[in-house]
Design a protein. Structure first.
Ligand code: IYR
Length: 227
């Protein structure tokens, strides 16, 4: 016989906002304008950023929905210069191998409009690097057994979206950087094997007169179907 869970769900009241449609339209359009002005930045200022802003943004990321509410994320904030330097060295080592041989021609062609290469000075210049880890398994408090988390990648992806939005609304620049392979991040940052580096996000003010690639977003009719 399959064991049934003896845990009873508990439901509580929750206050949801309910706006007039005109107000809802204004709000959603405002959020669109805010997020449409976000751009990935690879050229950062070293100007200091209050840590409280980073904390609040990570708290926001932690509000993301997650598989079985297991919240399978860990946000490691790196401000230490020595650690940043080690991360840069390891990332540039991997990236150099990638750009100079591991990435197929068609991938490099896709990246050409972004103007990227293996040099990653932003890893030392940005005041913070947030390394997001995906927690793949946890040890159950009661049984002591290791069990998987559920939909971890989807959950962490949503949390990262909220993190980027929160940092952007504070006027901070971000980049979703994925040095590949990312195994060195868990090693340098001393994370357990159950945690996998998911993305590395440099955070700070953009460099003065920063420029971003001249690329475009797909129009709505190319990203939405209505049936
Ligand atoms: N990780 C490399 C290459 C790279 C890959 C993708 I997909 C991008 O959208 C951008 C860059 C780098 O960070 O340069």
């Amino acid at each position: 016989m399959k064991q049934e869970s003896s845990i009873e769900p508990v439901f509580i009241k929750h206050e949801f906002a309910h706006y007039e449609q005109a107000e809802a339209r204004r709000r959603v359009a405002g959020f669109y304008r805010l997020m449409n002005a976000r751009r990935s930045v690879r050229d950062f200022s070293s100007e200091a950023v209050e840590f409280e802003i980073i904390e609040q943004a990570i708290a926001t990321a932690g509000t993301a929905p997650s598989g079985a509410n297991m919240q399978p994320w860990r946000f490691v904030v790196v401000k230490d210069n020595d650690i940043k330097r080690r991360i840069r060295e390891a990332a540039e080592h991997e990236e150099r191998l990638s750009y100079e041989g591991r990435m197929p021609e068609r991938w490099l062609r896709r990246l050409a409009p972004l103007g990227t290469d293996w040099h990653k000075p932003f890893l030392e210049i940005a005041p913070y690097l947030i390394v997001v880890f995906r927690i793949d398994s946890v040890v159950d408090d009661e049984t002591g057994e290791r069990e998987p988390t559920y939909y971890a990648a989807e959950s962490v992806g949503i949390a990262v979206g909220l993190l980027l939005a929160a940092l952007h609304t504070a006027g901070l620049a971000t980049l979703t950087h994925t040095p590949s392979p990312m195994k060195f991040l868990g090693e340098i940052l001393g994370r357990p094997k159950s945690e996998k580096a998911f993305v590395l996000i440099p955070v700070g003010f953009p460099a003065e007169n920063v420029r971003v690639p001249d690329i475009e977003r797909k129009p709505l009719n190319e990203i939405m179907s209505v049936i």
